[in-house]
Design a protein around this ligand. Structure first.
Ligand code: ADP
Length: 216
C-alpha cells in the first residue's frame, strides 16, 4: 500500500502522516523534511534550498527527484510508503509513476485534505514543531500541554517559512502548480476528498476507513 497525502500547506498532512505511520507501519516520505535536513547541514545546496523555500516557491524537480530516488529504490521500505507534500506538480507526479512502475509498484490512493485559505493561514501562523519528537502543535488551536506532550517546551520551534508573507506565496504556488495534479489522480480513480476542517481524530478515522476499504 502506497499513499499520497495531498492538500494545501497547513492542511494537516504532517499531523495525519504521523498517525498513519504508527497504525499501518508505513515509511513517511516528506520532501519538506528532507529539504530541511539538507538546510540543517548548511551545504551549498542547503543554502540554495533555503532561499527558495523562504520565498514560498517550489524547489526544482531535479533536486526533488534526486532525493526521492534514494528512498524509492530502497527495497526494505518499498510498498509501505506514505508521501507527504510530494508530488507537488504534474511533472513530479508523472516521474513518481515512472519510478514506481520500474519497481512494479503503484499508488493505492490519494487522500486530499480540503481546507480553505483563511483557515490554513491561521493554522500556519500558530504552528509549532517539536524538534525532539517531531510532533506538530498549534499555539491557538492545539497547544502543547503536559497531557499531550512530554518534551521540554524549549524544543518547540516555528519554521522560518511560516510567516504571513511567505504563506501567501506558498498558497499561490499551491493553487498554480500543485492543485492541477488532482485531476491526474481523479482520472485514475485514486482520489478521495476529505474535509480537512474536521477534528484531527475524525479525519484520522475517515482515513482509516478509506484505507480499510481499499485493502479488502
Ligand atoms: P507545507 O506543506 O506546510 O508547505 P512542506 O514541509 O511540505 O510544508 O514544504 C515546505 C517547502 O519545501 C515548500 O513551500 C517548498 O518550497 C519546498 N518543497 C517541499 N516539497 C517539495 C516538492 N515536492 N517540490 C518542490 N518543492 C518542495
Amino acid at each position: 500500500m502506497n499513499i499520497i497525502l495531498f492538500g494545501p500547506p497547513g492542511s494537516g498532512k504532517g499531523t495525519q502522516a504521523i498517525n498513519l505511520v504508527k497504525i499501518f507501519k508505513l515509511h513517511k516520505i516528506a520532501t519538506g523534511d528532507l529539504l530541511r535536513e539538507e538546510i540543517k547541514n548548511k551545504t551549498v545546496l542547503g543554502n540554495k534550498i533555503k532561499s527558495i523555500i523562504d520565498k514560498g516557491l517550489l524547489v526544482s524537480d531535479e533536486i526533488i527527484n534526486g532525493l526521492i530516488k534514494k528512498v524509492i529504490f530502497n527495497k526494505e521500505i518499498n510498498n509501505h510508503l506514505i508521501f507527504d507534500g510530494y508530488p507537488r506538480n504534474l511533472a513530479q507526479a508523472k516521474e513518481l509513476d515512472l519510478m514506481l512502475k520500474k519497481n512494479n509498484k503503484k499508488i493505492s490512493c490519494v487522500l486530499s485534505l480540503n481546507v480553505d485559505k483563511e483557515s490554513v493561514i491561521k493554522r500556519i501562523l500558530g504552528r509549532q514543531i517539536c524538534t525532539n519528537c517531531r510532533k506538530i502543535f498549534n499555539e491557538y488551536f492545539n497547544p502543547s500541554t503536559k497531557d499531550n506532550h512530554s518534551c521540554d517546551i524549549r524544543f518547540l520551534q516555528k519554521r522560518s517559512d511560516d510567516n504571513e508573507k511567505t504563506i501567501l506565496n506558498r498558497f499561490e504556488t499551491y493553487l498554480q502548480k500543485t492543485l492541477p495534479i488532482l485531476n491526474f489522480y481523479k482520472e485514475q480513480n485514486l482520489l478521495h476528498q476529505i474535509n480537512g476542517k474536521a477534528k484531527i481524530d475524525e479525519i484520522s478515522k475517515e482515513i482509516r476507513d478509506i484505507i480499510a476499504s481499499i485493502e479488502t
